[in-house]
Write a protein that binds this ligand. Structure first.
Ligand SMILES: C[S@@+](CC[C@H](N)C(=O)[O-])C[C@H]1O[C@@H](n2cnc3c(N)ncnc32)[C@H](O)[C@@H]1O
Length: 290
C-alpha cells in the first residue's frame, strides 16, 4: 500500500522471532503498574458460547486467544492470519492448548477480502489494527449476525517518553528529526483516542473501555528496559534504521545512556502504556446507541 508506515520487511524484522515476542510480553507484564489483564477486561461481559468461527487478524503466537479457553462453542474453529510465517506452529499450539480446532493463514490480512461475508462469529485484532486500519470495512462484512469484533490498541501517547529519548538522541547525533516519528504515526493510525471515530461508521454499536497503564523500570532493572527498546528497534527508530544504518550502534548507545540518566534523576524509568479495548457489534443496543 502506498501510504504504509512500516513495510512488510519492517514488520517481519520486528516480529519474526517468536521467542522475542514472548519475552517482550513478559517484560510488559512484569513492569506494568496496572495488574489487571486487559484480555479479561475485554471478555468479561461477553457471552461467546455460541461462537463457532473466530478470525484473529495479525494473530502472532495467539496472545489473545489464550483467554478463550472454555468460552466458545466446543466445535469452534479459530483461524489466525499473520504476515510472519514463524508463528504458525506457536499459534496452532496455543489453539490446541485451549482445546479448539485451529488454522493459520500465512500472509496479509488483505486475504480477508476473499472470505465469505457473514462467516465469523468473533473477529479479533489484538495490538495489530494500527498496522492495517483499512481492513475495518472488511471486518464488518465478515461478521455473522450477532457477531462481535474485539480490537485492543494503544494510546497515541504510548511510549512517548521512549520516543522523546529517540528524538533527543537523533538530534544529538545530528540526524534529521521528523515532525512525527513513524511510531507516532503508527499509534495514531488506530488508537484509544480515535478508535470510536474510525469504527463508528461501520458498526451499529462500539463500546470503548480505557485501560490506564505504565511500565516502570526500577534502577536495578534497566537492562530489561533497554532490551525491550532494542527488540522494537525497527519500529521505534525506523528513521535511523532506514536512512542511517551506520549510526544504529550510536543511537543505541545514546538511548541506553538516556535510560541510565533518567533513572539516576528520577529513581526509575517510566513509559506510558495506556491501552484500550473496543467491542463492536453490527446491532445497536435495544433503545438505540448510547
Ligand atoms: C504487536 S503484534 C500483536 C500480535 C498478537 N495479536 C498479540 O496480541 O500478541 C502485531 C502482529 O501483526 C502482524 N501484522 C502486521 N501487519 C500485518 C498484515 N498486514 N497482515 C497480517 N499480519 C500483520 C505482525 O506480524 C504481528 O504479528
Amino acid at each position: 500500500m502506498k501510504d504504509e508506515i512500516y513495510t512488510p520487511g519492517d514488520i517481519r524484522r520486528t516480529y519474526e522471532n517468536v521467542h522475542d515476542l514472548l519475552v517482550t510480553k513478559h517484560i510488559i507484564k512484569t513492569y506494568s503498574t496496572n495488574r489487571r489483564d486487559i484480555r479479561d477486561i475485554a471478555l468479561r461481559h461477553l457471552d461467546l458460547s455460541s461462537v463457532r468461527s473466530v478470525l484473529d487478524l495479525g494473530c502472532g503466537y495467539g496472545f489473545f486467544i489464550e483467554k478463550l479457553k472454555g468460552l466458545l462453542d466446543p466445535e469452534a474453529l479459530i483461524t489466525g492470519i499473520d504476515l510472519v510465517d514463524n508463528y504458525e506452529h506457536a499459534y496452532l499450539d496455543t489453539v490446541s492448548a485451549i482445546n479448539y480446532r485451529g488454522s493459520f493463514i500465512r500472509g496479509s490480512v488483505d486475504l480477508a477480502r476473499g472470505m465469505a461475508s457473514g462467516s465469523y462469529g468473533l473477529v479479533l485484532s489484538s495490538y495489530s489494527l494500527y498496522f492495517f486500519p483499512h481492513i475495518v470495512p472488511q471486518v464488518a462484512r465478515l461478521l455473522a449476525p450477532g457477531g462481535i469484533f474485539i480490537a485492543i490498541t494503544h494510546s497515541e501517547h504510548s511510549l512517548e517518553e521512549a520516543i522523546s529519548f529517540v528524538r533527543g538522541c537523533m538530534s544529538k547525533l545530528r540526524i534529521e528529526v521528523p515532525g512525527q516519528t513513524a511510531l507516532c504515526r503508527l499509534f495514531a493510525a488506530f488508537s484509544v483516542e480515535n478508535g470510536l471515530e474510525l469504527l463508528g461508521p461501520w458498526f451499529g454499536n462500539v463500546e470503548r473501555i480505557a485501560y490506564k497503564n505504565s511500565m516502570v523500570f526500577g534502577a536495578e532493572h534497566l537492562e530489561d528496559c533497554i532490551y525491550y527498546l532494542e527488540k522494537k528497534r525497527a519500529l521505534i527508530y525506523k528513521e535511523v534504521m532506514d536512512r542511517h544504518p551506520g549510526r544504529i550502534i550510536d543511537i543505541e548507545k545514546c538511548i541506553s545512556a538516556k535510560v541510565f540518566d533518567c533513572a539516576k534523576t528520577n529513581g526509575s524509568v517510566a513509559f506510558n502504556k495506556d491501552d484500550g479495548v473496543f467491542i463492536c457489534t453490527m446491532e445497536a443496543p435495544a433503545g438505540g446507541r448510547p
